[in-house]
Design a protein around this ligand. Structure first.
Ligand code: HEM
Length: 487
């Protein structure tokens, strides 16, 4: 067996960094045409082996802990930002338990209370920041990514993060978040520690934010605060199987991790969603009508959505799914190869008689976005068509619903489940699969629902914007839409 083919490049150490960095999907689709589903490219001295397609995704996402390591691939980027002792700065088995603690915090009761809290945050934002109302309907052109970053942090901080975080958002917290963000870039991934101001600010912000969570927990112990159903409350008191409790510092660092994990993924997704709505009046009308049919009062107002309600909206659900298909926020999922991985021959080179082994030390890359946009799998793969998900007016079960129903399909803690072989995996698969899917769906449904109820969206640009791949998350480049209050 041989190592996978290496993508041709001119400059030895630099390799394909420029092409991959500029447009990873274009790069991967082109390489697939030339080299097949499995190939290696050089990225600033690192050997990155991409394994494409559902079977390729399965090689890394369904890989054994003894063969692939997420912590070795991510810790340089994430530990300075989240803090020590949790997520990728601890053995995998501890992360698996931390994820269980988080899941236990996302109870139906908690999610229900979040559903009640989010719309008020949106209404306040519409009135104070957008300054649009029935009396002053606009239209107004907005930077949709900026707007959604704000609405996502407002609604997440008021609910999951806790009241104290929300209360401090405009004071100090937003600045800390910005400094942390600037330490969460591809540059940081490649060079974890450079003597640059942005790195110093990242470290200072991590410490201050962590201390802030600690002070919240200390104050709460004195009984002064009403802590509702937030995640700080849920995590405190969690104990690992071996009897070791989570410390306040661990909780603080997990809270930062959750903040970072949810913020950009959900603001990117909702921005793309709104951009498509602005360019597709038919779908926008259907989405609005779904709100009217389910929640409209005779006087033109709307009743609030409950958590249960949010799960019964086929148009909304299919829009979110389709947006995640076409704009999966995470384009490359990475693992360090700890032991050589044998590539099934069918995947390596169906026509030739060779079999590949991915050597130890390589980074194996899964790119679910490639199979999610593969014209061989999806009809009109490149166009945003939410209706493709609807069958007989209903919608197929989400992976999350399958998990909730106890059908062990996609979540697979520890297990190599069939779910790791799917062509649609915006939330990943296998042991590292997202624990935030349910929260993300709730937040997207409520926030977008609130926007669609209140505003008519129209295009402010000729076409859907290009993609910016310069950050860790797949973002729209300079995205604008027009908002006009519905009267
Ligand atoms: C893991 C996507 C929202 C918390 C992941 C992974 C993906 C993903 C692809 C797998 C990463 C890997 O295998 O290396 C998304 C998308 C989101 C979203 C598309 C929104 C649209 C959230 C939210 C939270 C969250 C809101 C927290 C409340 C996590 C956590 C992990 C994870 C804790 C586990 C990491 C691991 O086990 O290594 N997410 N996520 N995510 N996500 Fe999300």
């Amino acid at each position: 067996p041989t190592a996978p083919p290496v993508v041709f490049h001119y400059i030895p150490w630099f390799g394909s960094a420029a092409y991959y960095g500029m447009d990873p999907y274009k790069f991967m689709f082109e390489c697939r045409d030339k080299y097949g589903d499995v190939f290696t490219f050089i990225l600033l001295g690192r050997r990155m082996t991409v394994a494409l397609g559902p079977k390729g995704n399965n090689l890394s996402l369904g890989g054994k802990v003894s063969h692939v390591s997420a912590e070795d691939a991510y810790t340089h980027l994430t530990t300075p930002v989240f803090g020590k002792g949790v997520v990728y700065d601890c053995p995998n088995d501890m992360l698996m338990q931390q994820k269980k603690f988080i899941k236990h915090g996302l109870t139906t009761e908690a999610l229900q209370s979040y559903a009640e809290l989010m719309p008020a945050e949106c209404q306040e934002y519409f009135a104070k920041e957008l300054k649009l109302s029935k009396q002053n309907p606009g239209p107004k052109t907005v930077d949709v990514l900026h707007m959604m970053a704000q609405l996502i942090v407002l609604t997440a901080s008021r609910t999951l993060q806790g009241k104290e975080i929300r209360d401090n958002l405009s004071v100090r917290f937003a600045k800390l978040l910005e400094d942390l963000d600037k330490g969460f870039t591809p540059l940081n991934m490649m060079f974890p520690n450079l003597p640059l101001p942005s790195y110093r600010r990242r470290d200072a912000a991590q410490k201050e934010m962590s201390d802030f969570y600690m002070s919240i927990m200390a104050k709460r112990r004195t009984g002064e605060h009403d802590h509702e159903n937030d995640m700080i409350q849920a995590l405190q008191g969690s104990v690992y199987r071996n009897g070791t409790p989570l410390t306040d510092r661990d909780v603080a660092h997990m809270m930062i991790a959750l903040l970072m994990a949810g913020q950009h993924t959900s603001s990117a997704t909702s921005s793309w969603f709104l951009l498509h709505l602005a360019h597709d009046q038919d779908i926008q009308q259907r989405l609005y009508q779904e709100q009217v049919d389910n929640f409209g009062n005779p006087d033109g107002t709307f009743r609030p959505m409950t958590f249960e309600d949010t799960k019964k909206l086929p148009i909304m659900d299919s829009c979110i799914r389709e947006t995640l298909r076409l704009h999966a926020p995470i384009h490359s999922i990475l693992r360090k190869v700890l032991q050589p991985i044998v590539v099934p021959q069918s995947l390596a080179a169906p026509s030739e008689n060779v079999s590949y082994v991915i050597p130890k030390g390589h980074i194996i890359v899964a790119a679910p976005g490639v199979s999610q946009m593969d014209p061989k799998i999806w009809e009109k793969a490149g166009s945003w068509n939410p209706l493709r998900w609807l069958v007989d007016g209903g919608i197929a079960k989400t992976a999350n619903e399958q998990y909730q129903a106890g059908e062990k399909v996609d979540y697979g803690f520890g297990a190599v489940s069939k779910g790791t072989e799917s062509p649609y995996q915006p939330f990943g698969a296998g042991r590292h699969r997202c624990v935030g899917e349910q929260f993300a769906y709730l937040q997207l449904t409520l926030v977008i629902g609130e926007i669609v109820r209140n505003f008519k969206l129209t295009a402010a640009q000729k076409a859907i914007p290009e993609t910016n791949y310069q950050t860790m998350i797949v973002l729209p480049l300079d995205p604008k839409i027009n908002l006009e209050a519905r009267v």
